[in-house]
Design a protein around this ligand. Structure first.
Ligand SMILES: [Zn+2]
Length: 113
């Protein structure tokens, strides 16, 4: 098993946001905190500030294209803000037919490997 040195930060989600894709019962999420790749923390906070409901993200760790997934209702807003669709899902995850994620504008500062 490869253990990557991923630098993440625990960030409190706005209390009016629907928390999806997280295990609420797990201690780490009990107070509404989620773990976010450090490279994306500022960008995700800005998106929350302007009302975008994110559902997941990954900076790509300098190995893959990063992504920011958002609620369906916020897709158009992301396009309006100039975000480009993320289209690197593998086929078993929906491939090119999946339209729920965008490429982050933040630069990834993770070390390669
Ligand atoms: Zn990164």
């Amino acid at each position: 098993m490869i253990i990557m040195n991923r630098k993440t930060e625990l960030v409190k989600v706005p209390s009016n946001f629907l928390i999806k894709n997280v295990i609420i019962d797990d201690d780490i999420y009990k107070e509404g905190f989620i773990e976010i790749d450090r490279c994306l923390v500022d960008e995700i906070k800005k998106l929350w500030w302007i009302g975008i409901h994110t559902t997941g993200c990954c900076c790509g760790h300098n190995e893959n294209v990063g992504f920011i997934q958002v609620e369906r209702t916020d897709l158009q807003k992301m396009l309006d803000f100039g975000y480009e669709w993320y289209h690197d899902y593998s086929n078993d995850l929906g491939g090119n037919n999946r339209y729920d994620a965008f490429i982050p504008k933040s630069k990834c500062h993770c070390e390669k490997g």
